[in-house]
Design a protein around this ligand. Structure first.
Ligand SMILES: [Zn+2]
Length: 334
C-alpha cells in the first residue's frame, strides 16, 4: 500500500498502527480534527490494515486476498455508510436511521473471512438523532475485531453519548515547514506557497486549492477592493456592482477569507492594534458576510444588499492600517 499522500498524517498513522499492534485500538473510533486534511485517507488506510490478512509492520500488505477486496471496494467484511442519493439525484442531507439499523444487523453476522469486521461511517456528523441513537446500541456492545470508524468534520454535532464511546483520532495542522515542503512538492513556487498558506490560516490543502484555482489572484483583487473602499478610492456601490457582475458568492467568500486573515493577525498580536473590540468588529462583519451569501440564492435586490454589506465593511474596519501588515509568511513574528 502506498504511503499517505499527506505527510502530516504520518504521526497519527503511527499512533494508530501501534495501538492496533498493542490491541489498544477502540471498538469505536472518531476521526476528526481540522477538516480537509485527508482524514478520509487515514480511515481508508486503517480499514485496509484491519482487514489485511498478512499485515506488515506499518501498513496493510496490499496484495493478500483481503487487500485486493478492499482495493476493489468489494470486501464482504467492510461496510461503508454514507449519504445516499435522493430520487432527484442530489444527496440526502442526513444518514438515515434505516442505514444504521442495517449496519447493526450486518455487524451481528459472523465475519465472512473469520477476521475483522469494519464499518466506515462518513460523514458521521450527518447522522440524524435517530440514526445516532441507533448506532449507540452497536457502540455499546463491543466485540473483538469489530471496528466502527466514524469520520466527522464537526464531531460536536454528534451526541455526547456517541462521542464518549469512541476513541478520538485528531488530525492537526502541520507546522509551516512541513506544509511549505508539501506545497513545494506539489509544484508551487516558495513565495506563492507562503502567501497562500498565510491566507489559508496554515491549512496546506486549502492553500494548494487556492493556488491551483488561481485563487490567489482572486483574493488579491478582493483585497484591493476592500482597501480601496477604506481609502475612499472606490464606493461600496461600485464594488458591489463589479462583484455581482462576476461570481458574487465567490467574491464574498474571498472577502471573508481576507478579513479573517487580517483578524487573525490582530488576534496573534501581529497588527498594530490596541483595542480588542476592533478585532470583534471584523469578526462580526465576517459573520454578516457569510449570512449575506444566503441572500444571493434568492433573486432579490442583490445590489442593495451587497452595497449595505460593503458600507458596513468600511464602518467595521475603520482604517487602512489593517492592510499595512498584510498577511504574509512572516506574519505573527512581529
Ligand atoms: Zn493484505
Amino acid at each position: 500500500m502506498s504511503a499517505p499522500a499527506y505527510p502530516w498524517l504520518e504521526s497519527t498513522w503511527g499512533q494508530l498502527v501501534r495501538a492496533h499492534q498493542e490491541q489498544r485500538l477502540g471498538h469505536g473510533l472518531l476521526v476528526g480534527g481540522v477538516a480537509g486534511l485527508g482524514q478520509e485517507v487515514l480511515c481508508a488506510r486503517l480499514a485496509a490494515l484491519l482487514l489485511c490478512e498478512k499485515p506488515g509492520a506499518e501498513a496493510a500488505c496490499g496484495s493478500c486476498r483481503g487487500c485486493q477486496w478492499v482495493q476493489a471496494d468489494a470486501h464482504p467484511d467492510l461496510q461503508r455508510v454514507t449519504l445516499i442519493a435522493r430520487d432527484d439525484g442530489k444527496l440526502k442531507q442526513e444518514i438515515a436511521v434505516d442505514q444504521i439499523r442495517e449496519l447493526s444487523r450486518w455487524f451481528a453476522l459472523s465475519p465472512h473471512r473469520g477476521g475483522a469486521q469494519v464499518a466506515l461511517i462518513d460523514p458521521a456528523d450527518r447522522m440524524g438523532a435517530a440514526a445516532a441513537n441507533a448506532l449507540l446500541k452497536t457502540l455499546e456492545e463491543p466485540a473483538p475485531d469489530r471496528f466502527l470508524i466514524l469520520r466527522a468534520d464537526q464531531p460536536e454535532r454528534l451526541p455526547q453519548t456517541v462521542r464518549s464511546r469512541c476513541q478520538r483520532v485528531l488530525v492537526r495542522l502541520p507546522d509551516a515547514d512541513t506544509a511549505l515542503q508539501w506545497l513545494a512538492a506539489r509544484g508551487h513556487p516558495a513565495d506563492q506557497a507562503g502567501e497562500a498558506l498565510a491566507v489559508a490560516d496554515g491549512h496546506p490543502v486549502e492553500a494548494d486549492r487556492l493556488l491551483a484555482e488561481q485563487g490567489m489572484q482572486r483574493l488579491r483583487g478582493v483585497r484591493a477592493d476592500l482597501r480601496a473602499m477604506l481609502e475612499r478610492k472606490a464606493t461600496a456601490q461600485s464594488v458591489a456592482r463589479r462583484w455581482l457582475g462576476g461570481d458574487g458568492d465567490q467574491a464574498i467568500r474571498d472577502a471573508v477569507r481576507v478579513v479573517r486573515s487580517l483578524g487573525w493577525d490582530a488576534a496573534r498580536g501581529g497588527a498594530r492594534l490596541t483595542a480588542p473590540e476592533e478585532f470583534h468588529k471584523l469578526a462580526a462583519w465576517s459573520v454578516r458576510a457569510d449570512a449575506a451569501r444566503r441572500h444571493l440564492a434568492v433573486p432579490l435586490r442583490h445590489e442593495l444588499m451587497l452595497t449595505d454589506l460593503l458600507s458596513a465593511w468600511t464602518e467595521a474596519a475603520g482604517s487602512v492600517r489593517w492592510f499595512d501588515q498584510a498577511a504574509s509568511p512572516e506574519r505573527g513574528k512581529a
